[in-house]
Design a binder for this molecule. Sequence first.
Ligand SMILES: *Cc1c(COP(=O)(O)O)cnc(C)c1O
Length: 376
Amino acid sequence: MIPFNKPCTTGKEGAAVQEAISNQVLKGNGPFGEKCTNWLENRLGCAKAMLTPSCTAALEMTALLTNMGEGDEVILPSYTFVSTANAFALRGAAIRFVDVDPATMNIDPKQVASAITERTKAIVVVHYAGVSCDMDAIMDIANKHHLWVIEDAAQGLMSTYKGKPLGTIGHFGTISFHETKNYTSGEGGALIINDPDAIDRAEILQEKGTNRSQFIKGMVDKYTWRDIGSSYLLSDINAAYLSVQLTYADVINRQRLDVWEQYNESLKPLMAAGKVMLPYVPENCEHNAHMYYVKTKDDTERTALIDYLKENDVMAVTHYVPLHSAHAGRIYGKFIGDDVFTTIESEKLVRLPIYFGIGEEAIEHVVKHLYKFYEA
Ligand SMILES: *Cc1c(COP(=O)(O)O)cnc(C)c1O
């Protein structure tokens, strides 16, 4: 069976984890954590990067940093992972879902503009499949209405928009190092801070609402409770694992892009024959091959394709069920405007196996069976 995903390993993570154990620093913000945040800050050119237990936790920090609360509205796509909405619903904010652009499955800026009210406080964009949203349009709207912009770049490390790394365009960015993402620490994430004024408070939020990080730097002689907060730290054991993957990020990225290109070139004739739609990458965007998907005619054809591939040892999978149609989505949110594309397009999408080390033969096997399915 060709799995849909395998967690990325280069073979060198074990030694790094062993070193973390020898260091006898297992807590958060240890030497490996610093190695990772230095890498992120250099690579992304952001004011500050902080490792968190997950992208979910980083999103929760952005809800705290923007003082999100009852009476506030947050605009985001319905086609996303629950955490994008949950982080703000947890603070009592009202979730306002808007439609996506079917070409990229990213939030449609026109729909964002028409969903704004006097209560709107933030726009949360999701860079689906590591392909950037239309950030110029989003930032124009945000600047005009004085809104926060949070980039859920869970899937977007190593991708850019007009040369700018994803996560560094809005006020905050959030990255995931979950085992399903391109670079992993098992569970893990990062908060990207682009406004230097937000750094001090973020450090306090991360340390349970205390100024412990100032204490560690010798800036105060004891640490005390300063603010609300939680434990938003990643253990140095996890950071050790991640540090190796970041060191090899260019190698991993190159290989994923090759796999993506192999799928894309091989499947172009199938698109030309009108059988499937292939992913679209806008001109200004460099992506990171986080995902390779095709779109079938409809949900029925998709189920048949997934079943056929499974019979032939290929695990292909669906993706998000739009949040506005889910139980909690109806309680905490509301779709603004018409759901022209979100539901219909989400029902067509199938993700194909892609992971570090997948190999050309596996891709050929997947492609061959896609063609066989459509010949039948
Ligand atoms: C994976 C993912 C998350 C959640 O990441 P965790 O690190 O598991 O919390 C959030 N948003 C999007 C778009 C994701 O793909």
